[in-house]
Design a protein around this ligand. Structure first.
Ligand SMILES: Cc1ncc(COP(=O)(O)O)c(C=O)c1O
Length: 310
């Protein structure tokens, strides 16, 4: 997913030109990965662009920050307004937003007490995250394990923890797959490098939980709610490799991939090599919900044009 630059980035409380949103090479967040971030999307709707689940994303942003003693020097409402403003001023419709807050340059010590905090929000037009996403992606069970919650709580979205994801997806792509499935320290399935996993079995969906060392995805929570609304049984339980290989269908959820079918696991063809019926039903509902086409899910939208009410 390369990106197309936009005009302005929100940077420490001000809108600055794209090229001026720069940080020092000794930023603690660069040296040690001590930052937190979010990935969220705006979608076009009949009432103009809207950010999907802005509040849920920002709640996670602040919780992630708290875990790392990072005090975001703005209230959540200000970051919400700034996110909407970045979409508005750049005249974006379908966009990917990247709020980030990190310890900036101030010390070369590992502890962070002397570091100022920098906060930025960039937005770029949305591109496709994984190649072949429409037809379903090909995954491999990664030899690289997901870090354990006891070392780094996986529910927090911290910058440094993505070196684990980057290693796993790079390895998978080097071996010709689209994405990696990471096992946790117990040998159970955790998640993709940037997605949560759903197994479809006997007409119901199963996904794992916090205990499996996963990021608690906003899309995951939305899909669990959508599944229930569609009358599809939704279970939260650990997932083993055997569950994955014996699934009727498999799909990933995430802001970047939305709902994406998995059509192959290590060469084993799943659901006839194409998105299965349950995946397609959930995907269709999700795709309508994010675009404001289903009244019951408008509560999930924050409209950029603030006169529009959900
Ligand atoms: C490791 C990981 N798991 C799951 C997800 C999905 O989370 P969400 O649906 O909140 O985007 C992401 C993406 O943010 C991720 O990076």
């Amino acid at each position: 997913m390369g990106f197309t630059p936009t005009e302005t980035i929100w940077f420490n409380g001000k809108l600055v030109p794209w090229n001026d949103a720069k940080v020092h090479v000794l930023a603690h967040g660069l040296q040690y990965g001590t930052g937190v971030f979010e990935g969220m999307k705006s979608y076009p709707t009949a009432d103009g662009p809207a950010i999907f689940r802005l509040d849920a994303h920002l709640e996670r942003f602040y919780k992630s920050a708290e875990l790392y003693d990072l005090a975001i020097p703005y209230p959540q409402a200000a970051i919400a307004d700034a996110s909407l403003e970045v979409v508005r001023v750049n005249r974006l419709e379908a966009s990917y937003l990247r709020p980030v807050a990190f310890f900036d340059a101030g010390t070369l010590s590992v502890w962070t007490a002397e570091c100022p905090v920098t906060v930025a929000i960039a937005a770029v037009p949305t591109g496709k995250y994984l190649a072949n996403a429409d037809a379903g992606v090909r995954v491999t069970v990664s030899p690289i394990r997901k870090f354990d919650n006891s070392a780094i709580p996986a529910w927090a979205k911290a910058c440094g923890q993505y070196i684990n994801s980057a290693r796993a997806v790079n390895d998978a792509q080097r071996r010709g797959f689209d994405e990696a499935l990471l096992l946790n320290s117990q040998g159970l399935v955790a998640e993709g490098s940037g997605e949560n996993l759903f197994v479809v079995k006997n007409g119901g969906v199963i996904t794992n939980d916090k205990d499996a060392s996963i990021l608690m995805g906003v899309t995951r929570a939305s899909v669990l709610e959508i599944a229930k609304d569609l009358g599809i049984e939704a279970t939260v339980a650990p997932i083993s490799v055997e569950d994955v290989l014996g699934a009727d269908e498999l799909f990933f959820t995430g802001t970047a991939v939305e709902v994406t079918a998995i059509r192959e696991v290590d060469g084993r063809v799943m659901s006839g090599g194409q998105p299965g019926p349950i995946t397609r039903r959930i995907q269709a509902t999700f795709n309508q919900a994010v675009r404001g086409q289903l009244p019951q899910y408008r509560k999930w939208l924050s409209f950029v044009n603030q006169e529009v009410r959900a």
